[in-house]
Ligand binder design. Sequence first.
Ligand SMILES: [Zn+2]
Length: 456
Amino acid sequence: MLSIDSARAGDGSGGVPKRFCESKIFGEEKTRQDPPEEDLTLAAGPAQGFFDIKKKVGLARVGTIRTAHGDIETPAFVGAATRATVKALTMKEMNELGSQAILANTYHLILRPGTELIQQAGGLAEFCSWHKPTFTDSGGFQIFSLPNVRITENGVKFKSHIDGANFEITPESSMQAQWAIGADIHMAFDHLAKSESYEDMKEAMERTHRWLDRCVEEHGRLMEALHTNSRNNDDTLRAGDGSGGAPNDFALSKIIGEEKTRQDPPEGYHQYLYAVVQGGKFNDLRAESAEYCAGKNPDGFGIGGVFTADGMDSMLKTVNSILPESKPRHLLGMGQEPIDLFVGAEFGCDTFDCVGPTRMARNGSLYTKDGRINIKNAKYTHDFSPLEPDCNCECCKNYTRAYLHHLFKTDEITAKVLASIHNEYFIVHTVDNIRASLLDDTFADYKKSFLSRYYQ
Ligand SMILES: [Zn+2]
């Protein structure tokens, strides 16, 4: 499947982004050096019923995130669907392995296929046929990782890694792009620090806060326009056009001036904004950032800029003791190592995403309860046992280690598919088990038994 994707991307028929962004989003010449003076908290206040907590165990919680595309039982691992696909897996396979939600990357989708096309398709969920909740991250992390990025107070200028075209993303355009993509939950545009030094972390955090003000304001404007449009549609419908009770147009298309989209949004559609807490490994910066983000009254929080697990427990304890308990928290980009998921959940994070599990799968590095193994190793040539005897994934129920070894050695596409099914299943279900253990008060035992065996 990867090969097919690559071929399609390179055939020139669909890979060139329309420059919607340049005229509608990226062409904005706003120079807003000073944050506006008005209250930037969301006009409509916190979303009601978005997140319910069933049980608390210290900082850990078991809850439910509710979206128009369905619920997420938390803690939960969210599949990394960077380009609106989880590499090597179909959405049917993701659904069958038990994934509750996916997270796509705004930066990559802006470049290809372009936000306009995704909007015309009816939004991210319709476009990729994932009929469950979706997240987008802002793309900040990827943009700041590019060479020759120019950062100004207004935003970030960079060249496309695909064709060298010039782009600029601002906090406002990131919000507009994420609204057009149409995920249920999106992230404020944040500034990734250029190094892990205190000075760089502080500078990035402070700019992230100034950009958060602008993201919140733009999100509020878009949300108000969406709801106004819905009300206008409802009025039209009440006047007797006979077409039923739902808005007959995707409101976002009107907001950003595009043509009518193919699909109506689901009933109760709402996009939720998460502020992103920065500050690296410095607890004083993390505390300052958590307080600032909490004060903006977003719907939830992303915790960003965590590169290693060192000190993560202390950092999360600081941050999640400050963030309002009633709102969900997403630990951005963490979850390759099972211990990060245990620590994240224990210290109050509700959702996680990471490209690691499927990336490692494609390289033949596979999770087992006894640690990761490299299935390409010669010792698996004649191993006719399942990868994990008690794993219920499609791979382990049907195939042996010897078969997987053979597929990797012969570079078959199926090797990546089966390995990705298993690794994604393993991590999704590890977090599911963490959730179950919190509910039945066995978390400490589960954590100890899992980690002592996995990292023996
Ligand atoms: Zn398995």
